[in-house]
Design a protein around this ligand. Structure first.
Ligand code: UD1
Length: 423
């Protein structure tokens, strides 16, 4: 197993290219199940989660080829298809549940393993299944699998009021509704940029969707969807993560491909802490010139609020800010596992339920630490870049799920970082 060794090396400077969004790509790929004609994605990120989704879609009958070193994914579902998403693949990645809506819409039947919990929380699927039931599906849980069947004649449009603006449920219902009979309205829908990207892609395939990006999305079902080529939106979480490198270490970094509209609530907090962010022709330029950062209060919320997927990285920054910061996690119940690892590096953090209180210290010190999940692992790398001495991050396979070429991207702005085999 590999580990990453980071040594504090002062300010960072230069440019970092930002990839296409993992979370967008993972919902765009299952959209290929909706059509007999090919769907091609460009600007795809090269990540292990994308390989897992490829494996899952191939097991369902998709033919998939990758070009341009993995940045182009060409998918086609014109042959015989299978409607069973096996536990052995689904258990590796929760986003596998995004095949449920498309399979049900296209084949009238889907058997999808329940993904189970993950390190950051229980993550049930009731909002997805309640919505599909309102569209006429019957869904039963048997032996750990959801067995879903559409009524004779296919799914029917429905008005669905979500109890919570779930990203995955919005995506699943939106995809299912493209081929349903009649009109579906999703109220209290998620508004994340990845939802808008999926709607854009589905429209290119011939779907009739409006209201994406607002809390109420309307989908008029059509008989069939066609071929499309679609570029994956920029990864706002990778963007925010790398914007924190100059914020934590000092220096000036331009994140290529970044746009303010993707990270507004995050930038608002960076500005309050004392970090400058400017939009350029090529992306977002982030600079921290002088002085110590100020403490912040941060609450995670659905978009356009502060993203839960940047909470761990923001905590790494606040460890050395002046004063006391309070981070409230409102999306996942168990998402502070990075806190005890940061404490091993000299941070002062107390966690009570969904609230973490961070008392800023002058400096962090390198230590051996353990990555517990994807975003936690990168927060430890950021902390290590600003710490005195050497930080060894173990279990870096989490990182490979969501950050492509992390070592070369961070080395490119002056970080001292290497990936080595665990001894
Ligand atoms: C997506 C993102 C993930 C991000 C999250 C929140 C992908 C592949 N993953 O995950 O990176 O952290 O959005 O921005 O895009 N919930 C229920 N019942 C449901 C569905 C969700 O109770 O049926 C709860 C979850 O347990 C969680 C909250 O709602 O507490 C948010 O989940 P959701 O928005 O669905 O996140 P995901 O789509 O799983």
């Amino acid at each position: 197993m590999d580990q990453i060794i980071v040594t504090g090396n002062g300010a960072v400077n230069g440019q970092i290219p930002i990839a296409g969004a993992k979370n967008a790509c993972l919902t765009l790929m299952p959209a290929c199940l909706l059509s007999e004609e090919p769907l091609t994605l460009t600007n795809a990120p090269r990540l292990s989660d994308i390989k897992t989704m490829t494996e899952l879609l191939e097991s369902l009958g998709a033919e998939i080829s990758t070009l341009s070193d993995g940045q182009v994914i060409a998918m086609s579902c014109h042959g015989e298809m299978n409607h069973v998403a096996d536990y052995e693949i689904v258990r590796k990645m929760r986003a596998s549940n995004l095949v449920l809506g498309p399979l049900l819409a296209r084949l009238g039947e889907a058997v999808v393993s329940l993904p189970g919990g993950c390190a950051i929380g229980a993550r049930p699927m009731d909002i997805h299944t309640d919505g599909l039931e309102l569209m006429g599906a019957t869904i039963e849980l048997k032996d750990g699998y959801l067995h879903a069947k559409a009524p004779t004649g296919g799914l029917k449009g429905a008005v669905i009021d979500f109890p919570f603006a779930s990203v995955g449920a919005t995506e699943n219902i939106m995809m299912a509704a493209t081929l349903a009979k009649g009109t579906t309205v999703i109220n209290n829908a998620a508004r994340e940029p990845e939802i808008v990207d999926l709607a854009d892609c589905l429209r290119r395939m011939g779907a009739q969707i409006s209201g994406d990006g607002t809390s109420s999305i309307t989908i008029e079902g059509v008989d069939r969807l066609g071929a499309a080529t679609h570029p994956v939106v920029t990864d706002r979480i990778e963007l925010g993560t790398y914007m924190l490198a100059p914020a934590i270490c000092g220096g000036e970094v331009e994140c290529l491909g970044g746009r303010l509209s993707l990270v507004e609530s995050f930038v608002e907090k960076l500005n309050m802490a004392g970090v400058d962010v400017t939009e350029t022709d090529k992306g977002l330029k982030v600079a921290r010139k002088n002085g110590r950062l100020k403490a912040l209060d941060v609450t995670t919320e659905p978009f356009p609020g502060f993203p839960t997927d940047l909470q761990a990285q923001m905590m790494a920054m606040l460890c050395t800010a002046s004063g006391t910061s309070v981070l409230e996690e409102k999306i996942f119940e168990n998402r502070f596992m990075h806190a005890p690892e940061l404490v091993r590096m000299g941070a002062s953090i107390e966690v009570h339920g969904g609230t973490a209180t961070v008392h800023g210290v002058d400096k962090l010190k390198g230590a051996p630490v353990m990555a517990t999940d994807l975003r936690a692992s990168v927060s430890l790398i950021l902390a290590g870049m600003a710490a005195e001495g050497e930080t060894v991050v173990r279990r870096v396979y989490h990182l490979d799920r969501g950050y492509e070429k992390v070592v070369s991207k961070l080395s490119g702005i002056g970080a001292k970082i290497e990936r080595v085999k665990e001894t």
